[in-house]
Write a protein that binds this ligand. Structure first.
Ligand code: FAD
Length: 489
């Protein structure tokens, strides 16, 4: 055993956060990553025909992503994110070519969007009046009451709280789809209530939308890699961990293809199905009997993991010679559009265009399982139809390229009962911690959830009492509106 040596398996945001926090606290840390680059699911793919790196999918963040923004601040990567100076959530109904937006007004939460909601054209007065009941119920709910709803479907909760079909379809469903990556008919009421209570209706600035100012490989990888290295973290890339060595109740080394790394602590920061596979291999390959207590914990964990489902995401990228969407258009939610759910003008976010004169339009498709097999051509036709409805005057702007990225295992699915299946960081015991967006945080599978989980794991290994709703003490606080060090969008 290498006393004091922490090995982190997996270099996504969870592993990066865990490694950096342990190293900041003076521990020797090695981060092992299977791929050639860090960032995990926050990553880019190379375009097959062009010399372009493209996001796997549009990644949005929000000002309520406190720990994620702390990580970005710790890495001095403020310039990689643009945050809205005030919440502005544009919506469009392509069929009728109607635009509107939900924005922050003067009232205090949860009523801060009420002014814009009153003139929101996609809901009737009856829908809007009924919404007050649900918002009131959310505000009155404490955390315990919220998590007691984990076995309930959110749609049922909405109906019990007087919501109309139209408000469910045109308001609640969109936020659940985009933020939880699940259709509203399948979502846990607890996870959805958390989204609305702490996010949209929580603080007036919570839903200021943020976007990356370059493609994801450029935004995340260079700044975070160099920050880890400067902090003394050894990064081993291109190395897939297959198993760990368990002696008595402790994990004592991590097995790589060509070496065995001794350690005193291990942090698993891999997706849930991979964590399960590594643990099962470790038990199978163990030279000595594993103590009953440990083997039954591993069995329980793997049994729970096998019940955590995934949902997919599709990133549609389309490139034009000229402006297919107006230059000052940033993004909008598309009402009543099952496939083309949102449109982003990636040029409005980038610090410089991908190529001079080229506009990058992108569409994230959430809970996209039913579209995974759809041909590119059909997907593009649906995009063209919506673009034509909204901006027929730009029909002659030529598409010069496209890329459609399908990610089947994009996020875990917050279905009813899923909260119980998510293990705490300390679930397996003293010198082992579990991290990854799927572990127990109150967050769905997001960049914020991943960072929180990494910090939970670090707190367990460092034996620090820490509540992830509090800032991570060693890192700069997330930016307030108007902070001049952070670019405004
Ligand atoms: C297409 C897409 C769009 C998304 N959009 C958003 C969004 O807009 N906003 C948002 O907040 N979130 C979004 N998410 C979710 C968010 O990206 C994830 O929740 C988060 O990045 C997960 O981080 P993680 O560290 O838990 O896991 P991962 O990022 O999956 O990191 C795990 C790492 O472990 C490595 N690894 C796996 N097996 C091994 C092994 N055996 N040995 C060593 N290393 C291994 C992997 O290569 C990976 O780098 C999106 C996800 C996807 C896929």
């Amino acid at each position: 055993m290498d006393e004091g040596h922490v090995i982190v398996i997996g270099g996504g945001l969870a592993g990066i956060s865990a490694a950096l926090a342990c190293s900041d606290a003076g521990r020797k840390v090695t981060l092992v990553e299977a791929r050639s680059h860090l960032g995990g699911r926050v990553s880019s793919v190379k375009h097959p025909r062009q010399d372009w790196q493209l996001d796997n999918c549009q990644h949005a963040c929000f000002r309520v992503y406190d720990r994620f923004l702390q990580l970005i601040g710790r890495a001095n990567a403020q310039q990689s994110i643009k945050l809205q100076a005030n919440t502005n959530l544009p919506f469009a109904l392509p069929e009728k070519k109607v635009f509107s937006a939900l924005t922050t007004g003067r009232l205090s939460p949860p009523n801060h969007m009420m002014g814009s909601m009153l003139s929101f054209p996609f809901l009737s007065l009856r829908d809007k009046l009924a919404m007050r009941k649900a918002v009131k119920a959310l505000s009155a709910m404490n955390n315990q009451q919220m998590w007691e709803l984990d076995d309930t479907l959110f749609v049922d909760w909405l109906k019990q709280n007087g919501q109309t079909e139209r408000a469910i379809d045109r308001f609640w469903a969109f936020f659940v789809l985009a933020a939880l990556n699940i259709n509203i008919q399948e979502a846990s009421a607890a996870q959805a209530c958390m989204l609305f209570k702490n996010g949209l209706f929580g603080n007036a600035d919570a839903f200021d939308v943020g976007a990356f100012t370059s493609d994801l490989s450029d935004s995340i990888e260079p700044a975070l890699s160099s920050t880890l290295e400067e902090a003394g973290v050894k990064i081993i890339r291109n190395s897939t961990v297959k198993s760990v060595v368990i002696e008595n109740n402790c994990f004592t080394s991590v097995e790589l293809k060509d070496q065995s790394l001794q350690c005193s602590d291990v942090i698993f920061a891999t997706p849930h199905h991979i964590t399960s596979r590594i643990l099962e291999n470790s038990v199978k390959n163990s030279n000595q009997p594993i103590l009953e207590e440990m083997s039954s914990k591993i069995d329980d964990l793997c049994a729970n993991i096998s019940r955590i489902e995934y949902r997919s995401l599709i990133g549609i990228h389309s490139f034009y010679r000229g402006n297919r969407v107006p230059e000052d258009f940033t993004f909008a939610v598309m009402v009543d559009q099952p496939l083309i759910q949102m449109i982003f003008n990636r040029n409005s976010e980038l610090s410089s265009p991908i190529e001079e004169g080229v506009q990058w339009v992108t569409v994230p498709v959430s809970a996209a399982d039913e579209y995974l097999k759809m041909e590119d051509e059909e997907i593009l036709q649906q995009l063209d139809k919506v673009l034509h409805q909204l901006w027929p005057e730009n029909d002659n702007v030529e598409r010069i390229e496209h890329l459609i990225v399908r990610t089947p295992k994009a996020t875990f699915a917050p279905t009813p009962g899923s909260a119980e299946l998510r293990p705490t960081a300390s679930f397996l015991g003293n010198n082992i911690a579990l991290a990854g967006c799927w572990t127990k945080t109150t967050w769905p599978s997001t960049m914020e959830g991943a960072v929180r989980s990494g910090l939970n794991a670090a707190a367990h290994i460092l034996e620090i009492e820490w509540d992830s709703d509090n800032p991570w003490q060693q890192w700069p606080l997330r930016p307030k509106r108007g902070d001049s060090e952070w670019p405004a969008w």
